[in-house]
Design a protein around this ligand. Structure first.
Ligand code: 5AD
Ligand code: SF4
Length: 427
C-alpha cells in the first residue's frame, strides 16, 4: 500500500507530516510520489493564519475525485487545522476518512489503526515483509528533528497554544539518539524544531539539560556538519544560548528572531514579553558574540488598534534590526484567541498598504544582505546538484557538479533576487 504525504504550512507541520508518515511506513506503507499512485493520502495542516487553513480546506475539497475513483482509498487529515475543526471536517467533507488533531501525534498510528480497523489490516498485510531497516528513513541532507511540542506562551493573536497544548519536551537522550540515526541515514544538517524551541528543558541523570546544553550535546554528534533551530522565542535568547551558539562548531551563524511589531504598546497588547529596545539590544549582543550571524524575523501588521505611529515604529525597528529575510503577515483574527475578542479595526486597505511598505523595506534589506556576501568564499552544503545553502542560511546556485551532502567552498560571484550566485566549479 502506498502513502502520499502533503504538508501545508509551517516547518512544524512539515516535520509532523514526516513523522506521521514514517510511523505509517513502519507499519507497512510505502511512499507514493504523487496522489494518483497512492492508496492513502495524509495531509498535515496548519491553522496559524486563516490563509493556511483555507489552503488545507481547498486541498481537501479538491481530493474528492481522487477518493471517488476508488472508494477504498483513504484520506487522513491531521495537524493543527484538524485539531481546531475536529469532526466538523468530516461533516463538511464526507470523503475524509479520518481526522487526527495535532495533540494526538504521539498516538497517531494507534488512532489510525483503530479508526480504519480491518481496512488498515488489509492495507498493511505486507507488514511482515517490512523490516525496520527497510523503512526509507529521512535520508535528506537536511533533516528535521522535533525536540518539543506545544507552547506555554499566550501571545494574544496566536492559536497555537489552544491547538497544540502546553509545552512537552522530548527526553534529551531520545533526541540525541535520533540525531545519530538521522546522521547515519545521511543527514549532514539538523533543524531542531519546537514552537518556542529555546525554552526546551529536561534532564539527563538528574542534571538539567536546557536548550544551550542541548545544543552542546547535539553538536557532539559524530559527522554532523550543521545544526540550526526554529523557532526561538526572544525571551529565551540569553547569554548562555549565545555562548553555546558561538562555541559549538556545528551550530550555524543564523537566528530567526520573531519581532512581530516595533511598537512597545502593540507588543504589550500582543503579550510578547519584550520591548523593541530589548530586542535590538539582543540583536546587538548576538552580532557581537557570533560574528557574521544572519538574522531573520516575523512581523504582523494591522494588529487591532495599530496606529500609523505604531506602524512607523515597526518600520524603524526593522531598519535597525536589518534582517536578511522577513516573513510579514497581515493580522488574521483566529477564533478563540484573546485578540479576536477585540475588533479587527484596521481596515483591509490599510493592512495591505502597510504590508506593501514593509515588504518593500524588507526586500531592500534582503538585497543589501545578499550583496554583502558577494566576493566572499563561503562554505556551502550541497542539497541538490548546483544548489545549496551557506551557514548563514543563504541559498546559493552555481553551475557545476556536486553531490547532495557534499560541503564545498564556493566563491560568490553575484546576487540574484533571493539567492546568491556562485562561480562555476566546472573544470
Ligand atoms: N495573524 C497573523 N499572523 C500570525 N502569526 C501567528 N498568528 C498570527 C495571526 N493571528 C504569525 C506570527 C508568527 C508566525 C508563525 O505567524 O508572525 O511568528
Ligand atoms: Fe504562538 Fe506566541 Fe507561542 Fe509563538 S510564542 S507559538 S506566537 S503563543
Amino acid at each position: 500500500m502506498k502513502l502520499h504525504t502533503i504538508a501545508l504550512g509551517c516547518q512544524m507541520s512539515e516535520a509532523d507530516g514526516e513523522e506521521m508518515s514514517q510511523t505509517l511506513q513502519a507499519r507497512g506503507f510505502r511512499p507514493a510520489r504523487v496522489p494518483e499512485d497512492a492508496d492513502a493520502i495524509l495531509i498535515s495542516t496548519c491553522t496559524v493564519r486563516d490563509h493556511a487553513e483555507h489552503r488545507a480546506l481547498s486541498l481537501i475539497g479538491s481530493l474528492k475525485p481522487w477518493k471517488q475513483q476508488d472508494p477504498r482509498r483513504v484520506l487522513i487529515v491531521a495537524g493543527c487545522a484538524a485539531e481546531r475543526l475536529g469532526e466538523s471536517l468530516r461533516k463538511r467533507f464526507p470523503h475524509v476518512d479520518f481526522v487526527a488533531g495535532a495533540k494526538s501525534i504521539e498516538s497517531f498510528p494507534q488512532l489510525v489503526e483503530r479508526a480504519l480497523g480491518d481496512r488498515f489490516d488489509a492495507m498493511t498485510e505486507s507488514r511482515e515483509a517490512f523490516k525496520e531497516a527497510d523503512i526509507p528513513a529521512a535520508s535528506a541532507v537536511c533533516s528535521h528533528l522535533t525536540i518539543m511540542r506545544g507552547c506555554n506562551y499566550t501571545c494574544t493573536y496566536c492559536i497555537v497554544p489552544s491547538v497544540r497544548g502546553r509545552e512537552l519536551y522530548r527526553p534529551a537522550e531520545a533526541i540525541l539518539k535520533e540525531a545519530r540515526s538521522k546522521v547515519d541515514a545521511g543527514a549532514k544538517e539538523l533543524l531542531l524544531l519546537g514552537q518556542t524551541v529555546n525554552s526546551y528543558s529536561s534532564e539527563i541523570d538528574g542534571s538539567p539539560v536546557r536548550f544551550p546544553e542541548l545544543l552542546r550535546l547535539v553538536d557532539k554528534t559524530p559527522d554532523l556538519a550543521r545544526v540550526r533551530f526554529m523557532s526561538p522565542h526572544p525571551h529565551y535568547v540569553d547569554e548562555r544560548m549565545m555562548a553555546a551558539m558561538a562555541e559549538c562548531p556545528s551550530v550555524c551563524e543564523q537566528l530567526h528572531l520573531p519581532a512581530q511589531s516595533g511598537s512597545d504598546r502593540v507588543l504589550k497588547l500582543m503579550r510578547r514579553n519584550y520591548t523593541s529596545g530589548s530586542l535590538l539590544a539582543q540583536a546587538q549582543s548576538l552580532r557581537r558574540a557570533i560574528p557574521g550571524i544572519v538574522l531573520s524575523t516575523d512581523i504582523i501588521v494591522g494588529f487591532p488598534s495599530e496606529s500609523d505611529e505604531d506602524f512607523e515604529r515597526t518600520l524603524s525597528l526593522v531598519s535597525e534590526l536589518r534582517p536578511a529575510s522577513a516573513y510579514c503577515f497581515k493580522y488574521s483574527p483566529r477564533e478563540g484567541t484573546e485578540s479576536a475578542k477585540t475588533q479587527d479595526d484596521v481596515p483591509r486597505e490599510v493592512k495591505e498598504e502597510r504590508l506593501a511598505r514593509l515588504n518593500a523595506l524588507c526586500d531592500t534589506l534582503t538585497e543589501e544582505a545578499l550583496k554583502s556576501q558577494v566576493g566572499k568564499t563561503l562554505e556551502v552544503l550541497c542539497e541538490d546538484s548546483g544548489f545549496g545553502r551557506t551557514r548563514g542560511g543563504y541559498k546559493v546556485k552555481w553551475s557545476g557538479r556536486s553531490t547532495p551532502g557534499e560541503l564545498l567552498k564556493v566563491k560568490i560571484a553575484g546576487a540574484a533576487r533571493r539567492l546568491l550566485v556562485g562561480e562555476s566549479n566546472e573544470p
